[in-house]
Write a protein that binds this ligand. Structure first.
Ligand SMILES: Cc1cc2nc3c(=O)[nH]c(=O)nc-3n(C[C@H](O)[C@H](O)[C@H](O)COP(=O)(O)OP(=O)(O)OC[C@H]3O[C@@H](n4cnc5c(N)ncnc54)[C@H](O)[C@@H]3O)c2cc1C
Length: 463
């Protein structure tokens, strides 16, 4: 077994000492993920900051030979504890420096480095009147590599799909250190298994993604945002299903429950309806002439389901204020209680009301405060289980676990967009069954026989 000093010397030879972190105060920063989960108990030996796929290949091949764990990480904004080390014989590869963006407007594609920030890709595409639609609420600070590796969702996914719907190809460094290209710039491509989609959402457990090809679409001509208030969350949830089956395809359909509306209003002063039990934030886009009729259909559907307020944003600035309010959910909730456990389950859209009702039942049963928001049009709920003490945190964890099992019973999924990480590993067999998890483990073993890539992520301790 190589000493840590040997490992530092070898990796410095591949990328240069200045492109590595080895000091304790730097390494500690990489023991955290977003979302308030406890940090890893282990410091990585080093953090490597390569700039080319060849450098990544040398590092990963070397680690495979010496059975050193490799955790790929970009911005560390993952919410399922997906990018931390689980032993002190491990390194982190940070791809933040691999952040190139090249837009190819003539083929409606962009080729990007995994470290590129999603908002920068959107800006680069917009400069050519094109759109990269996926927009996780973290898009101003999360990276495209992290988005692809978690198949991130977001507000506009209800119309345009999650990250996977835009990924047509990628370059990947395998555990062996070999570099492959899966997919490419062809819109249609069925030669062999679809490895592009296999690596998408694989959370750093199957390979290191070093370049991504993305499909772009023309920017919609215009859009209109609105907020609709309801007395209670059940009616709001029923309205979601009714709107989605009305013939209109909203480009955004979000919901927030009262605790959240009040916390966000307190934080952003966006003029939200604080007396409402729940609120939908909706956007439609397309040709200018189509917007008014779409808004009218939504208004009629919501009227039938007991809406108490319907407000259409008059200006682009007012609309932007609504989306800032939506994206401020998590920071605003920090004021509600000392701590919070979250999640990202989803159910078929006609079961949204039932799932929300179940959340409040579970909260009541365990005597803890709960709330929720979510990408309603996708049936994707972000539940919040609040706590103010260590004891209450244990109760919140029990309540969340019970809620996850209820979601599975409803035919839902425990993770719609943040990934399984380490947090949801205990639920995958219940949701997917032994045979399916067995097939996934076989894929992992074939691609990473020494289990060096992000061990513990997705499968827990038993990959
Ligand atoms: C305030 C807030 C709001 C959020 N909103 C949303 C939302 O609306 N929708 C949503 O889906 N998520 C959301 N997230 C979660 C998070 O931003 C996403 O999961 C994002 O995709 C992670 O990107 P990252 O660059 O931070 O990746 P990291 O956290 O660094 O990594 C995430 C995972 O991807 C793997 N990985 C990263 N880069 C690579 C690579 N190049 N090759 C292989 N594996 C890699 C890591 O090993 C890890 O498993 C939110 C987070 C916060 C803090």
């Amino acid at each position: 077994m190589l000493t840590k000093e040997d490992i530092r010397t070898h990796i410095a030879a591949f990328i240069g000492e200045k492109n590595m972190h080895t000091k304790q105060e730097d390494l500690v920063c990489y023991t955290y993920n977003a979302g308030g989960a406890a940090p890893s108990a282990f410091l990585p030996i080093l953090v490597a900051l390569p700039i080319t796929a060849e450098e990544v290949s040398k590092i990963v091949g070397f680690c495979n030979e010496h059975k050193i764990s490799v955790v790929t990480r970009s911005q560390g904004s993952g919410l399922s504890v997906n990018a931390i080390t689980e032993s002190d014989y491990s390194i982190i590869i940070s791809l933040q420096r691999m952040n190139s963006i090249t837009v190819e407007p003539e083929i409606l594609m962009a080729v990007v480095g995994p470290g590129a920030i999603t908002a920068d890709i959107k800006k680069a595409a917009a400069a050519h009147s094109l759109m990269y639609p996926p927009d996780p609420a973290s898009f101003t600070f999360s990276s495209i590599g992290g988005n692809v590796a978690t198949d991130a969702g977001g507000l506009q996914c209800v119309k345009y799909g999650t990250t996977k719907s835009c990924v047509t190809g990628m370059q990947v460094v395998l555990a062996s250190g070999e570099i492959i290209r899966a997919g490419g710039k062809c819109i249609k491509d069925v030669t062999g298994y679809n490895l592009t989609q296999l690596f998408t959402g694989s959370e750093g457990t199957l390979g290191v993604i070093t370049e991504i090809t993305l499909k772009l679409i023309p920017l919609p001509q215009a859009k209109r945002a609105m907020r609709v208030a309801f007395n209670n969350i059940e009616n709001a949830a029923k309205a979601v299903s009714a709107i989605m089956t009305s013939g209109v395809v909203p480009s955004i359909m979000e919901f927030q429950e009262q605790t959240l509306i009040r916390a966000v209003e307190d934080y952003t002063h966006a003029g939200l309806p604080v007396d409402a039990g729940a609120m939908l934030l909706i956007e439609v886009d397309g040709d200018v002439s189509t917007l008014k009729p779409q808004v009218e259909v939504i208004r009629r559907v919501c009227e039938q389901l007991g809406m108490v307020d319907f407000h259409v944003a008059e200006t682009a600035e007012e609309a932007e204020q609504l989306w800032v309010a939506r994206r401020s959910g998590l920071p605003a909730l920090a004021r509600v209680a000392k701590g919070r456990l979250g999640g990202d389950p989803a159910v078929p859209i006609n079961k949204l009301a039932q799932a929300v009702h179940m959340l409040f039942e579970v909260g009541k049963k365990h005597g803890i405060k709960v709330s929720c928001q979510g990408h309603a049009g996708d049936g994707n709920i972000h539940p919040h289980f609040f706590f103010n003490s260590d004891e209450e945190k244990k109760t919140a964890a029990k309540a969340r676990s019970e809620f996850h099992y209820e979601i599975i019973k409803m035919g839902g999924t425990v993770s719609a967009e943040h990934g399984v990480g380490r947090e949801k590993a205990p639920y995958i067999t219940k949701q997917l069954g032994e045979a399916q998890v067995g097939a996934m483990r076989a894929i992992k073993k074939a691609l990473d026989p020494n289990n060096i890539l992000n061990p513990g992520c997705i499968f827990g301790g038993q990959a």
